[in-house]
Design a protein. Structure first.
Length: 367
């Protein structure tokens, strides 16, 4: 009872007759009994939960027996056992492999990453070298393209020069006469043709044909259209010109039986008699032997002039010597040439024979 007595705060004993503060004796006894019961039951529970030694020994013996049978006996007898074990262990093994596989592959991944980085560095270096080479190649290509362009330009220039000399532009003074017939004869020779009746057109041609007609009227029209003086300047500068019939009179430096104040282009040192073969009713035609041709050309003389005289620099190309010519016309000069100028008193554009025009075109190309 002395153990159960409680003392006061000042160490004095509690007054008798009062119940001590705290739990009663019965509650303390019950508490101690529960503690003792738990202490006695705890080891029993542990022994119940832990596997017995006999079970562990049995499992060990079973394992040893299975291993011995697997080594000594026929493997077919254990296939059912293996299958059962595989069914139980297989899913767990597969799951473990799936979890372990990424971890196992980390070293290979690291090695692969390092190798890839080295390969990328090598490729970048190669790319830099290729870019430098490409820049040099592009520069060379640009230079080559420039050289090609210069070569092409030179070829075009030579081509134009050759074309200009081999295929000249020949104009026909389109004021009067057989303009269309002369154009046709020139086109049969493959040259470029054009009509000329304005001052700006005079400068656009490489050569000129002055057709037949009436010489005084032609001179007045040339003055009216403003081409007389430009033509004189171009003839003085060396323009090749072919004059036929009235065109011969236009190229003569001197004219007999002409109209008062009659103007000409001039250029050939010769004296021409206007309407020398007579009037229109005295017109005739016949073969004419022309220097530079293998056979005669057909000459058509319509109120044609002839050449009375020529200077030292004039080459006589043809004379009248056939039976159809008037008596006074025998031996008269009907075709001449001086430098780039050529003239006939007949009409070579009549008919399909373009050989006289061919001689003139050769003269143009050689000038």
């Amino acid at each position: 009872m002395a153990l159960l007595e409680r003392t006061g705060r000042d160490g004095s004993a509690a007054p008798s007759g009062r119940r001590p503060r705290g739990r009663s004796l019965g509650s303390l006894t019950a508490r101690r009994e529960r503690r003792e019961r738990r202490w006695h039951l705890g080891p029993d529970l542990d022994r119940q939960q832990r596997p017995s030694r006999s079970l562990l020994v049995a499992l060990g013996l079973a394992s040893a027996t299975l291993m011995t049978l697997d080594l000594t006996a026929d493997g077919a007898a254990l296939d059912p056992v293996r299958g059962a074990v595989a069914d139980v262990v297989g899913p767990a093994q597969a799951g473990a492999s799936a979890l372990v596989r990424p971890v196992v592959g980390i070293p290979d991944l690291l090695r692969t990453h390092s190798s890839l980085r080295a390969e990328v560095a090598a490729l970048e270096e190669e790319n830099t070298a290729l870019r430098a080479e490409l820049g040099s190649a592009a520069f060379q290509r640009n230079r080559l393209a420039a050289y090609d362009a210069l070569t092409a330009a030179a070829d075009d220039l030579v081509g134009h020069l050759i074309a200009g000399s081999s295929n000249p532009t020949v104009g026909v003074l389109a004021l009067q006469g057989d303009v269309r017939e002369h154009l046709a004869a020139l086109e049969r020779l493959g040259v470029t043709t054009t009509r000329v009746r304005r001052p700006e057109e005079v400068d656009s041609v490489d050569a000129l044909v002055v057709p037949g007609g009436e010489s005084t009227t032609m001179a007045k029209l040339a003055r009216t259209f403003g081409v007389l003086d430009p033509l004189r300047k171009r003839i003085e500068a060396g323009l090749p010109v072919l004059g036929t019939c009235a065109g011969m009179i236009m190229l003569a430096d001197r004219v007999l039986d002409g109209a008062v104040g009659q103007e000409t282009l001039g250029g050939i040192d010769m004296t021409v008699r206007r309407n020398a073969f007579g009037r229109q009713v005295d017109s005739f035609e016949g073969p004419v032997e022309l220097e530079g041709l293998d056979s005669p050309v057909h000459g058509v003389f319509i109120r044609a002039p002839w050449v009375e005289s020529v200077g030292d620099g004039v080459e006589v190309l043809a004379r009248v010597d056939h039976e159809g010519a008037p008596g006074a016309a025998a031996g008269r000069i009907v075709a001449v040439r001086q430098g780039p100028l050529m003239a006939t008193s007949f009409h070579p554009e009549v008919g399909e024979d373009s050989r006289v025009h061919g001689l003139f075109v050769d003269l143009v190309r050689g000038s």
